[in-house]
Structures are given as C-alpha cells and as structure tokens.
Design a protein around this ligand. Structure first.
Ligand SMILES: Nc1nc2c(ncn2[C@@H]2O[C@H](COP(=O)(O)OP(=O)(O)OP(=O)(O)O)[C@@H](O)[C@H]2O)c(=O)[nH]1
Length: 190
C-alpha cells in the first residue's frame, strides 16, 4: 500500500449571492492509493482545463502546486502528512473505480482518514476515477466504499460540525466528472 500526497494551492472564483466574484486560495490534499490517477488529475488542473463551461468555477492558470510528496505506507510517513491536517481546506480522495479488487484496501484508508479527529470538519470529495474503463456504476462504487450516506450533490446547508462528503464518478483522461466534484467542494470552502 502506498499513498501519494500532493498539497496544492489554487485560486478560484466563486459567485457570491451579491454576484461579486472573489478569489479563493485553497489548500487541498490529494490522497488515494497508487495508480488512482492523482498525478494525472494534478496535471490536468495545472493545465487549467478543469471545466471550460462553468462560469461559477474557474481555476486560475496555472495552478500553483506548492508541494508534492510521494509517501510510502510507513507510520513515520503518515505522521508526516498528518502535519498537514491542521491547515488543509479539503481532501480529495481518489479511487480507481476500475479496480474493484482494491476497493477494500482503499476503503480501509478512507475510513482511517474519516475517523481522524483532526479532519472531523474537513470536506471530503471522493472521486471514483477511470469510469471510461469499466463503467462502474456509482451505486456499486458507493456500496463497496461504504459511502451510501453522503451530503448530496447540490449545495446542501449543513449544521455546524457536520462534515461535507460526496462521491463523484469521473474520468480524468476523458475530462469528465471531476469538475462537478470541485464545484460541489467549493460550496464548502470558506
Ligand atoms: N483509463 C484511464 N486511465 C487513467 C485515468 N486517470 C489516470 N489514468 C491512468 O492511470 C495510471 C495511474 O495514474 P497516476 O495519475 O499516475 O496515478 P497516481 O494516483 O498519481 O499514482 P501513484 O503516483 O502511483 O500514486 C496512469 O497510467 C494514468 O494515465 C482515467 O480517467 N482513465
């Protein structure tokens, strides 16, 4: 088991109620098993190709990738990336949805993150990547990952202390699905 952690900081614009656009820096941890597609996604984000037709969400170009770490599964490494927990705005957890044989391993890691006190209020965007390969259904993916109870894909108002968490199926190589995920995430970053 190996984890890849990238801390990126990127700017986006959000439309507020008053219709004023403003700029937001967000520090996001990209986590997930090896081969999930994190590096590929970061590359796409860097290209600024997140979502061409989304007036409410334009990542500035280029994305500023401040730190990238490739960490093994060692306890020491885990302690290291735990240092980021305190300053992180959101977590993007990627899963290769075409590899069901690794769902269990992935779920174990996700569950550990979700039960971490430091992350109890941090929004989680779960990306089921590579749907272009096997076309795994969202329902099946959610069931395998234990993610049947989630926030909802619209902008759902949450009570304080309730963590936003939602699943989006995507294909990074086909440029599909993750834009909606980030748009959803932007609702929960202050
Ligand atoms: N078919 C398909 N392949 C993808 C997709 N996204 C990524 N890949 C491929 O999956 C492989 C792994 O992608 P990476 O981005 O290196 O995965 P990673 O999570 O960074 O993996 P590690 O660096 O090993 O932790 C590469 O060959 C990518 O081209 C996708 O949406 N569809």
């Amino acid at each position: 088991m190996s984890f890849y952690v990238a801390t990126i900081q990127f700017d986006w614009y959000r439309r507020k109620k008053a219709d004023r656009l403003y700029n937001k820096n967000a520090k996001i941890l990209f986590l997930g098993l090896d081969n999930a597609g994190k590096t590929t996604l970061l590359g796409v984000l860097k290209d600024g190709r997140l979502s061409q037709n989304r007036p409410t969400f334009h990542p500035k170009m280029p994305v500023n990738i401040s730190q990238t770490y490739d960490l093994g599964g060692h306890e020491t490494a885990r302690r290291l990336w735990k240092d980021y927990y305190t300053s992180v705005d959101a977590i993007v957890f990627m899963v290769d949805s075409s590899a069901p044989q690794r769902f269990e391993e992935s779920k174990r890691e996700l569950d550990a993150l979700l039960s971490s006190d430091e992350l109890s209020n941090v929004p989680f965007l779960i990306l089921g990547n590579k749907i272009d390969i096997a076309g795994t259904s969202e329902e099946k993916f959610r069931a395998s990952m234990g993610l049947t109870q989630t926030t909802g894909k619209d902008k759902v108002p949450l009570n304080p202390g309730v963590r936003p968490i939602e699943v989006f199926m995507c294909s990074v190589v086909r440029r599909f699905g993750y834009g909606d995920g980030f748009r959803w995430l932007s609702n929960y970053i202050n």
